[in-house]
Every structure is written in structure tokens, then in C-alpha cells.
Write a protein that binds this ligand. Structure first.
Ligand code: FAQ
Length: 311
């Protein structure tokens, strides 16, 4: 153990400072960051699929252009995050191999299907909304490259959340059938979006250490509560109902009372048995295989360039 390095690291964390790639850091800190950042990157990449499902069927040219831009943003987020993880010493290929072999985690939320156009609204409003609630505090994460990547990502997520809200608002104020489609999408995405924040605090093995290292700033349950508090007034504006009959403000606890989350469903999805897990991985593998020629060409070009500069 590098005692001087450890002392400097401890002092930086204590002063709420930033750890940079060349600084000494404890192996467990590095490992936790690789775990969280790589699963976050994989989420962005797998997260392109549910919405990509509607690009060819968007109801207007304008909606199609917006949706394409949003899905491309998610690819960009994945790339910043893979780059941030690479500064910790793990290679892009290794992370990709872990993902396509089914050995890596990515967010549970992307294992649900998108059967209707209203799902594009519900994903933007609820999924991007949850992502913002979770990620704004990560802008202050102690690891520099991760925190800095989060700043730009959060700005883009805010636009995504607004566009989702606007899709739902238009549907909600449309015909009865459109209103019903918006409500159905909210009914299906509400609970899975609450699960995005992770297991309850007393079953979250990583939280305490991640908070001590200033990676996480709030616990899973704190962020979940904050998110529900954001949703309630917005649902009123939308004219849509959040599907929890027990949801109400509790003056005594100064928090929302809510029904118990179905943690069995969460664990099933994490174990690979969600509605779309197999399909998502299969699609990712296929895309990876189809892109092999691009990697080969890039490699051949890089080899040629290297040979040329050596001469
Ligand atoms: N899904 O001890 P904790 C987006 C795992 S947003 C799957 O509480 P931690 C934007 C967890 O990894 C989505 N696994 O863990 C977008 C751990 O397992 P491990 C991505 C989950 O790390 C929008 C175990 O359970 N956002 O992509 C989930 O302290 C629209 C125990 O949990 C992020 O990744 C889950 N929901 O807290 C894109 C944010 N929850 O690793 C496209 C960054 C927990 O020990 C379209 N990540 N697990 O094997 C985080 O903030 C944290 O990692 C948490 C989990 C809060 C997710």
C-alpha cells in the first residue's frame, strides 16, 4: 500500500476535491467506479433500443427527427462514459465483451417493451426524468472524468425529459383513444422507473462505501422519494394518474407515502428474466457482429498510419 498516496487520497475526499486519472487511488475505489461507470455506459447503449423501435413509425417527420436526435444522444452518452471508464485502465473491448457475453449489468428499465407511440412519451418523462434525478448529484462525483461527463449528459437528458412530457401532454389532450394510450404507457412505466434507483437502502450493499467516497451523494431511497415528489405536480398538469392508490403526501414524515415496490420483479429482471432481456442482448450481439468490418477497416488504417509515421 502506498501510504503517501492513501493519505493524499483521503485528504482530497475529505476536502470534497476531485480525483484525477493519474492520481493514486485505492484499488477498491477504482473497481467501484469501473463497475458503476461501465454499467452506466452499457445502459445508454442498450437504452437506444426501446426507442429505436419507433423511429420508422414516428407519427410525423418532426417527431421522427426529434426521436432520431434523442437516440443518437444516448449513443454519445455511452461513448463519453466508456471513455471515462477507460481512464481507469479498463479497455473498451473488454467492456464490450462483458456486455455481449451477458456478464455485465445495465439498467433494468431497458428490458421492457415499447408497444405504442405513447411509450416514447413515457420513456422521456419517466425514464429520462429518473435518470436526471439520479445523475444531477453525480455531476459532483469525486472522480473527475465521471463528474464532468455527467454535466453534459444531464443537460441533454433535461431536453429528453421535456420532449417526453410534451408527447404525453399532446396525447393526453387528444382523442379519448390517445388519452387512454398515454395513461396505459404511464401505468406500465411508472413502477419500473422507480426501480431504476436501485434496491431499498437496507438492501443496497454498495451505497455506504460509495457515499463515503463521494461518488453517490444521496441514497437510493432518498432519490426515489425526490423523483416521486417531482412527478406528482407534473402528472396533474398532464391530466394523467400515477398508478399507485396509496400515493399521498404525509405531513408528519414530510415525504410521500407509497405502495411497496414489487422487488421480486426487479430481481427477476436483474437475473436476466425480464420481458426483453434476451432480445436486447441478441440485438446488441448482432449489431456488434455486423460492425466487425468497420473495426477491421479502422484497425488496418491505424496500422498503415503507424507504419507511415515510423518511416
Ligand atoms: N438495474 O448496491 P446498489 C440512462 C444493481 S439511465 C440494474 O444500490 P449502486 C439514460 C447494482 O449495479 C440508467 N442493476 O448499487 C437513458 C448492484 O449490482 P453490482 C443508467 C441495478 O451501484 C434514458 C446491485 O444492484 N443510469 O441510461 C439497478 O450503489 C433513456 C446492488 O445495488 C445509471 O447507471 C438497476 N436499476 O447503486 C438512456 C446511473 N439498481 O454492480 C436511454 C449510475 C441497482 O454490485 C434512454 N448508477 N442495480 O453487480 C448509479 O447511480 C448506481 O449504480 C445505482 C445503483 C443507483 C443504479
Amino acid at each position: 500500500i502506498d501510504e503517501a498516496g492513501q493519505a493524499r487520497f483521503d485528504a482530497l475526499i475529505e476536502a470534497d476535491g476531485r480525483i484525477e486519472p493519474r492520481d493514486w487511488m485505492p484499488a477498491a475505489y477504482r473497481k467501484t467506479l469501473v463497475r458503476q461507470i461501465s454499467q452506466h455506459a452499457h445502459s445508454e447503449i442498450i437504452g437506444m433500443q426501446p426507442e429505436a423501435n419507433w423511429i420508422t413509425r414516428a407519427p410525423s417527420l418532426k417527431r421522427k427527427a426529434i426521436l432520431m436526435a434523442k437516440v443518437q444522444d444516448e449513443a454519445g452518452h455511452g461513448l463519453y462514459l466508456y471513455s471515462a471508464a477507460q481512464t481507469l485502465g479498463i479497455g473498451r473491448e473488454e467492456m464490450t465483451d462483458q456486455l455481449i457475453a451477458g456478464r455485465a449489468r445495465y439498467s433494468s428499465i431497458f428490458n421492457y417493451p415499447t408497444p405504442t407511440w405513447a411509450d416514447m412519451g413515457a420513456i422521456g418523462w419517466l425514464v429520462d426524468g429518473a435518470a436526471i434525478a439520479n445523475q444531477v448529484p453525480l455531476c459532483r462525483a469525486s472522480y473527475g472524468p465521471y463528474g464532468r461527463a455527467m454535466v453534459r449528459i444531464c443537460k441533454e437528458e433535461s431536453f429528453h425529459q421535456r420532449q417526453g412530457f410534451e408527447i404525453l401532454l399532446e396525447l393526453s389532450q387528444g382523442t379519448d383513444a390517445q388519452h387512454a394510450m398515454a395513461q396505459d404507457a404511464v401505468d406500465r412505466w411508472y413502477w419500473p422507473s422507480l426501480m431504476m434507483f436501485g434496491p431499498p437502502d437496507d438492501e443496497s450493499p454498495n451505497s455506504a462505501q460509495s457515499m463515503a467516497w463521494n461518488i453517490k451523494r444521496f441514497s437510493n431511497d432518498e432519490l426515489r422519494q425526490r423523483f416521486v415528489g417531482m412527478l406528482v405536480p407534473q402528472a396533474e398538469v398532464l391530466g394523467l394518474t400515477l398508478p399507485d392508490p396509496n400515493l399521498r403526501w404525509n405531513d408528519e414524515t414530510q415525504a410521500y407515502d407509497m405502495s411497496e415496490i414489487d422487488w421480486t420483479e426487479f430481481h427477476e429482471v436483474l437475473a436476466g428474466r425480464g420481458p426483453c432481456n434476451a432480445q436486447r442482448l441478441q440485438h446488441r450481439r448482432q449489431a456488434h457482429d455486423d460492425g466487425a468490418w468497420v473495426r477491421e477497416a479502422a484497425h488496418a488504417y491505424a496500422t498503415k498510419q503507424a507504419a507511415a509515421t515510423e518511416q
